[in-house]
Write a protein that binds this ligand. Structure first.
Ligand code: PRP
Length: 217
């Protein structure tokens, strides 16, 4: 079964609280997404493989390590884009392969619109990036695409997850570990009256992570 890691790091909890606040503006929202992703990536990369190497210091030869595996970042467009730069600061050599999906607002099913993966996998470890794990449909579809591509070590990094999405993703892909900052309560139901939020949003969540990052709310 998939391991689900919900961070207890105080910095993550502090930053996610500001992220949720409805009056946090786009600039601060983008900065927080980047910072939280760095902290999450620290937790999600604990088991990367190393190979021993030797380097020459000004004084002597030293034994050290370098990353053995090639790492791929797969942001799910649009909202996952904001998570790339934080990880690039830690792993500048990571390759970035974009997957474009949007969620149909009526069916909540993911619709694929962009995929330029090369024929054969070029990386050994893939980190799927998307701030919001709601129904889990987008994450499952992305992992399906990556597995068809040939990726076999895949991790999912998200900022906020709903129990429904965590269950769906871990059942569909039990080999994909899930790293989240927070596990929220539930998804919004079908609206009953005007003014109710649309269905399928995480509660309490933070609203629409794509719109809030890109100023398109
Ligand atoms: C949001 C979010 C996830 C997806 C989550 O994207 O960023 O990709 O919905 O929902 P799910 O778990 O139910 O699939 P959206 O479709 O709003 O696209 P956007 O990132 O372009 O705004």
């Amino acid at each position: 079964m998939a391991k689900v890691h919900v961070s207890t790091h105080p910095l993550i909890q502090h930053k996610v609280t500001i992220l949720r606040e409805k009056d946090t503006d786009s600039l601060q929202f983008r900065n927080l997404i980047r910072e939280i992703t760095i902290l999450l990536a620290y937790e999600a990369t604990m088991d990367l493989e190393l190979k021993p190497i030797k380097v020459q210091t000004p004084l002597a030869e030293a034994e050290g390590f370098e990353l053995q595996e090639r790492i791929g970042l797969v942001p799910i467009l649009r909202a996952g884009l904001g998570m790339v730069n934080g990880i690039w600061e830690l792993v500048p050599q990571a390759e970035v392969w974009h997957i474009g999906l949007y969620r149909d607002e009526h069916t909540l099913k993911p619709v694929e619109y962009y995929n330029k993966l090369p024929v054969a996998p070029t990386v050994q470890v893939v980190l799927v990036l998307d701030p919001m794990l709601a129904t889990g449909g987008s994450a499952i579809a992305t992992v399906d695409i990556l597995k068809r591509w040939g990726a076999n070590r895949i991790k999912y990094l998200g900022i906020i997850g709903a129990p429904e999405g965590v269950k769906a993703l871990s059942e569909a892909h039990p080999d994909v570990d899930i790293y989240l900052s927070c596990l929220d309560k539930h998804l919004t139901p079908e609206p009953e009256k005007p003014g109710d939020p649309p269905k399928g949003f995480i509660v309490p969540g933070l609203g629409d992570a794509g719109d809030r990052q890109f100023g398109t709310a």
